[in-house]
Design a protein around this ligand. Structure first.
Ligand code: CA
Length: 287
């Protein structure tokens, strides 16, 4: 039995929520702030009044993208680093423990469900504050949950993910799902800072090439996954922050260089239980 081949078969059915793309009638939510998503080992439980948070059942209705789900799953699935040529180009492996067998369900946090209340962003032509920094995936760029966060083109502006773990975790993977707009973006530690529990992590260059060339072009570069390995979590409250740390203008009022962020996913966290409180009410404004 070739276990390496068997592993994706075991895990892929469990991670449909990670690849969920926009569907016409199910992705919007009427939120309350009490939603809790908890993922333990092999399954995800969502507790919410209207059950509007990502569930695998929602992904198959009204989805007209012919390649969306399949593409996302193959990119985000365990083992894809070895099997996907494109991932080698964009990945940022740091010599993680590739021999570790870990069937934990990928823990996904949508950028559009983070707390944006105090955020003030800058875009190509003017800025946006709070929930208005959320964009809808109208050009079918493969955004998980159909939405993403942009307007991150300002120095020291951060996108913050807070979550809990019931135990310490060593050597997890962090996957960023990103794209670029208006101009190609190449992220390095010199211009972009990713922190885990407020400690900057090292990552290899992330290239987001093939962006649209103007804000009037009706196209968005498809989102792509970028893996950073060897992430440690602590028991209790954890944070992951994506921080724009440069003043390299991308044109217009984009004062800094930054990616567009769809979601982040944590993989290979063993038997820990991870949970967070997604701000699903952010999308109330899109009703
Ligand atoms: Ca998203």
């Amino acid at each position: 039995m070739n276990f390496r081949k068997l592993l994706p078969m075991l895990i892929l059915p469990l991670i449909v929520s990670c690849g969920e793309t926009k569907s016409d009638n199910t992705s919007k939510t009427t939120g309350d702030n009490n939603t809790v998503e908890t993922t333990t080992g092999g399954k995800t439980d969502t507790k919410t009044d209207d059950s509007a948070v990502t569930t695998p059942e929602q992904s198959d209705s009204g989805n007209t993208q012919d390649s969306g789900d399949d593409t996302v799953i193959s990119e985000i699935g365990p083992g894809s680093d070895k099997e996907s040529g494109s991932e080698k180009e964009s990945g940022s492996e740091q010599g993680g423990d590739s021999s570790k067998v870990d069937e934990s369900t990928p823990f996904l946090m949508e950028a559009e469900y983070t707390n944006l209340d105090e955020k003030s962003g800058a875009g190509y032509s003017g800025g946006a504050d709070g929930w208005a920094m959320i964009g809808e995936d109208i050009y079918d760029a493969g955004a998980s949950n159909g939405y993403y966060v942009t307007y991150l083109y300002k120095n020291n502006l951060s996108l913050d993910f807070f979550f809990q773990s019931d135990k310490e975790v060593k050597g997890a993977n962090l996957i960023l799902r990103l794209t670029s707009e208006i101009k190609d973006v190449i992220l390095t530690t010199d211009i972009y800072t990713i922190t885990v529990n407020d400690v900057a992590v090292k990552f290899n260059q992330i290239s987001l090439l093939g962006a649209s060339t103007s804000d009037s072009e009706e196209y968005m570069r498809p989102f792509s996954n970028h893996t950073i390995s060897n992430i440690d979590l602590k028991e209790g409250e954890n944070s992951i922050k994506l921080i724009t740390t440069n003043t390299e203008s991308m044109g217009g009022t984009m004062y800094s260089t930054a990616p567009v962020v769809d979601c982040i996913t944590i993989e290979k966290y063993g038997d820990a239980t991870l949970s967070w409180n997604p701000r699903t009410d952010n999308l109330d404004h899109f009703e």
